[in-house]
Design a protein around this ligand. Sequence first.
Ligand SMILES: [Zn+2]
Length: 151
Amino acid sequence: MTKKKNEMTIDGEIQIKYKWSLGKAGERFFTELRDNKKIMGTKCRQCGRVLVPPRIFCEECFVEDMEWVEVEPKGTLMTFGDSYFSTDGKRLEEPWMLGIVRLNGSDGGLIHFIGEARPEDLQIGMPMEIVFKDKREASIMDILYFRPVKD
Ligand SMILES: [Zn+2]
């Protein structure tokens, strides 16, 4: 990226180490993802909504009356975006893309990277599938990205 003559910037770096408790729902979700390549959600027994990522309570019904359900690693592209800039503002040759995919059998959506596609290949409503990492370690990055389902 070329800078304009008068453009003023401040370069800096912030490193933050933290631990975030996964909680009951997160532990099950990430264990199934790591060990079995399964995407688990929780279903509210009162309203029937299936939450992915799972929660141990339904914030619509204010109850903890939930059951575990497995959802398909496939779904529908709800929205997406692309960027030709890295997180530190450098211009990129190839864009990176993010999308929200509603997995089949769930309500809501999972946000993640999109791969094996160009922005012009994507359409809201198209079928997408999860590509899993080979060596998983109980992280959301065990999902490499979503890609369009090939015919
Ligand atoms: Zn509910």
